[in-house]
Every structure is written in C-alpha cells, then in structure tokens.
Design a binder for this molecule. Structure first.
Ligand code: AP5
Length: 190
C-alpha cells in the first residue's frame, strides 16, 4: 500500500498530477476540495458551512475536514493506497491523519510538494477561472488562497520534513515532465 500526500499551493498541479498517479498506481484519490465541492452541490449541512469559507478563500475548519477525511477512509475495503490531494493543509490535520493511519497500522510514505512561482500560479488559476467559472478562481480570492497557503499550510512541510518524508519537486514544465519527476520520487520510497 502506498499513501502519498500531494501538497503545494493553489494551482501548483496537485489535481492534474493526482489523475496521472491514479492511472499508474491504482490509488484512490482523496481530494478534500473535490469532496467539499460535492457537499456544496448536494446542499448538505457541511456543504453549506464550507461554502462560506471556500468563497472567501479561507480554510474550512480543521474539525470538519478531519472528520470528513476519516469517514472517507472507512469507505474502502483493501485499497492499494491513497493520494491525499489538498490534505493535510494544517499541522493539526497532519497530526490527526497520522494518528488515524497509525491506528490502522498504516502510514504516509511520501509527501511531495509541487513548487511553482507565484506569478505562474495566479496566471494558471485566472485562466481556469475564465474557462470554467470555478467560483474561487477570481483574482482577489486567488490572492487570499495564496496568502492562506503561506501562513497556514506551509508549516505542514516541516511536519513531514522532520519525519524525512518531504520531497520538493519542480512544478514547472509540461505535465508529463513534472509527472516523471514525481514518479522518480515515489519509486525511490517504495
Ligand atoms: P482545493 O480544491 O484543494 O484547491 P487548491 O488547493 O486551491 O488547488 P487547485 O485545485 O486550485 O489547484 P491544484 O494544485 O490542484 O492544481 P490543478 O491541477 O487543479 O481547495 C479549494 C478550497 O477548499 C480551499 O480554498 C479551502 O477553502 C477548501 N479546502 C480544501 N481542502 C481543505 C483542507 N484540507 N482544509 C481546509 N479547507 C480545505 O491545476 C490548476 C490549473 O493549472 C488547471 O487549469 C490545470 O490545467 C493547470 N495546470 C496544471 N499543471 C500545469 C502545468 N504543468 N503547466 C500549465 N498549466 C498547468
């Protein structure tokens, strides 16, 4: 079983690269952003609560996201492993998932951070906003998401670095070039 945390700022390519990792390794994609957007479209209590935070470019409270992820993990029998995309996003989330996996005798094998310059992130997300109308891909919200990443999410890197699981990957180039770099890092840890 391989469990990968795919980390990085908004627009760094986590979702794009997750799809390629799923195809290669048969892993289950656990994207907290996608799960939350699904909750919003279904109008659940969690969705209604999460929407306020997501529309403001802020993080949904830890307790809600942690409970949601832990519940999701119970939905699969004998998985090949998980790609955690956009989770954990705070040190509290990182500690919780570690405890939860340890209880099941499981662990995160590697935490990959996609590194992309800020101007490129903004340009990718503005473009996607124009093409798809995703509501938080509007310039002022994108800027807020980037600020939140630097202040609240980046410390997660230290958490995995201390456990020697952190690998930084250059997130610039073609999607296939970046994927090759990710595969090299994954193969080195399994
Ligand atoms: P989430 O959905 O996780 O969004 P995000 O982290 O802001 O990430 P994105 O999906 O925007 O970017 P990505 O890195 O996946 O890049 P992608 O591959 O899509 O979270 C949304 C919100 O939900 C958060 O703000 C928060 O409110 C809430 N939330 C989610 N998880 C949470 C948590 N754990 N705790 C609390 N709150 C949480 O690519 C982006 C664009 O770039 C695409 O158009 C793509 O085609 C393009 N692209 C990709 N790769 C390349 C490349 N190499 N070259 C050029 N373009 C590229």
């Amino acid at each position: 079983m391989i469990n990968i945390v795919l980390f990085g700022p908004p627009g760094s390519g986590k979702g794009t690269q997750s799809q390629k990792l799923i195809d290669k390794y048969g892993l289950i994609h656990l994207s907290t952003g996608d799960i939350l957007r699904n909750e919003i479209s279904e109008g659940t209590e969690l969705g209604v609560k999460a929407k306020k935070f997501m529309d403001a470019g802020e993080l949904v409270p830890d307790a809600d996201v942690i409970a949601m992820v832990i519940h999701k993990l119970t939905e699969y029998d004998d998985p090949m492993g998980f790609i955690f995309d956009g989770f954990p996003r705070t040190p509290e989330q990182a500690r919780s998932i570690r405890h939860s996996l340890t209880d099941k005798d499981l662990r995160i094998n590697i935490m990959i951070t996609l590194e992309v310059p800020c101007e490129e992130l903004i340009s990718r997300l503005v473009k996607r906003g124009e093409e798809t109308g995703r509501s938080d891909d509007e310039r002022s919200i994108i800027e807020k998401r980037l600020e939140v990443y630097l202040q609240q999410s980046k410390p997660v890197i230290d958490f995995y670095d201390k456990m020697r699981k952190y690998v930084a990957i250059d997130g610039m180039g073609t999607i296939d070039e970046i994927f090759d770099r990710i595969v090299c890092a994954v193969e080195a840890c399994i």
